[in-house]
Design a protein around this ligand. Structure first.
Ligand code: 5GP
Ligand code: MN
Length: 348
């Protein structure tokens, strides 16, 4: 039995909003990941069975490794279909905002989103939602928006509307946001939901292969190069750094998503507590950070890299050169030494 997550008055409000809306748009954060795509498409499949006109509009392109998701080809990236996406957002009765907590996370789409007269509903698991929606369902203790969405759909009485396509999408986000159930994954209920999704007919092994274990040759080589040649360790700070400049990205025919999990690799070293990955994206330096245990990388991203996120997974942007970003990282490490776990022997 799956426990309830939203209270009865919220259930009523949300059902009324859905009932009274004909035109629905579902959106998520920039550079959508498995959880963003899984939750938007999962909800899309469910609402489509209710006879609504429903569209998924993403701020930018769907990543290649998520194109296997049922419905992915029907997604409208704002960067590609700006005019049509603007019309849909503007004319919508209801907009679902999934897997993000602030309009800043939809980048250039923020103005259109915020100026739309549509009622807005947030379903998200990031800390500190900024309160930009009419109805806010925020549960930072949940490991993924997809896990949260499943529970919300159950509370709404829509379990029977979760078909195999919706189940595949929902499973994908639950899997990717927990690193295939290797972190944030000790909630027993997570596995009750997985069991329900399996009953809906999903093939979880196939989803893992397609979402997480499919590489191009150049991606494999870029990742090997990054670990072999570019990984720097700072044992006194229990920290690691990998950075890639534009020439290196070109050399390996970089495509969006190719460096997706690289930032996690140094964390497999027992004495490394946190890791940073820097990539020269042209307009800015994209910052990704991961950590183990209580070490809060979201604090570093908030305080120094125009970003934020979760304690163990955060990101941001740095405006300046790659070497300036590296210098900045090196110069701030001291500030966070007091937050490192003491059990690791320093200078070993
Ligand atoms: P990633 O390293 O995969 O890009 O991001 C990890 C997490 O950090 C995301 O799920 C998101 O919560 C957060 N994050 C990444 N980039 C940004 C950013 O530019 N701003 C903020 N506020 N959070 C970010
Ligand atoms: Mn998520």
């Amino acid at each position: 039995m799956i426990s309830r997550i939203i209270k009865e008055p919220v259930v009523k409000d949300l059902l009324r909003l859905i009932e009274n809306s004909e035109r629905v748009v579902i959106t998520c954060h920039l550079s959508p990941d498995g959880d963003a795509m899984g939750s938007t498409l999962g909800l899309w499949h469910v609402l489509s069975t209710l006879g609504k006109q429903v569209y998924v509009v993403t701020p930018d392109m769907v990543p290649k490794n998520m194109m296997f998701l049922p419905g992915a080809k029907d997604v409208l990236p704002f960067t590609r279909y700006a005019e049509f996406a603007t019309k849909l957002l503007t004319e919508a009765d209801l907009i679902f905002c999934l897997d993000f907590n602030d309009p800043k996370r939809v980048d250039r789409m923020a103005d259109v989103l915020m100026s739309s007269a549509a009622r807005k509903v947030l379903i998200d698991h990031h800390l500190f939602p900024s309160g930009f929606t009419d109805l806010t369902i925020s549960h930072p203790e949940m490991s993924s928006t997809c896990f949260l969405l499943f529970k919300v759909l159950c509370d709404l009485g829509l379990y029977s509307r979760i078909n195999r396509n919706a189940a595949e999408c929902i499973y994908t986000g639950m899997m990717t946001d927990t690193g295939n159930f290797s972190y944030n994954s000790n909630d027993p209920e997570l596995y009750l939901v997985v069991a329900e999704l399996l009953k809906k007919g999903i093939n979880k092994d196939r989803i893992y292969q397609l979402a997480c274990n499919t590489n191009s040759v150049s991606r494999l080589r870029l990742n090997g190069y990054s670990v072999y040649r570019k990984m720097q360790l700072f044992p006194e700070h229990q920290a690691a750094l990998i950075c890639l400049d534009a020439d290196e990205l070109n050399e390996f025919d970089y495509e969006k998503g190719d460096t997706e999990s690289l930032v996690n690799v140094p964390l497999s070293i027992p004495d490394i507590t946190y890791s940073m990955f820097l990539r020269d994206d042209g307009e800015y330096i994209k910052v990704s950070m991961r950590s183990k245990g209580d070490f809060p990388v979201n604090k570093i991203c908030e305080e120094h890299f125009n970003g934020g996120g979760h304690r163990n997974a955060a990101g941001g942007e740095f405006y300046g050169s790659l070497s300036d970003a590296v210098d900045k990282y090196l110069s701030i490490m001291d500030e966070y030494d007091s937050l490192l776990p003491t059990k690791i022997t320093k200078n070993r």
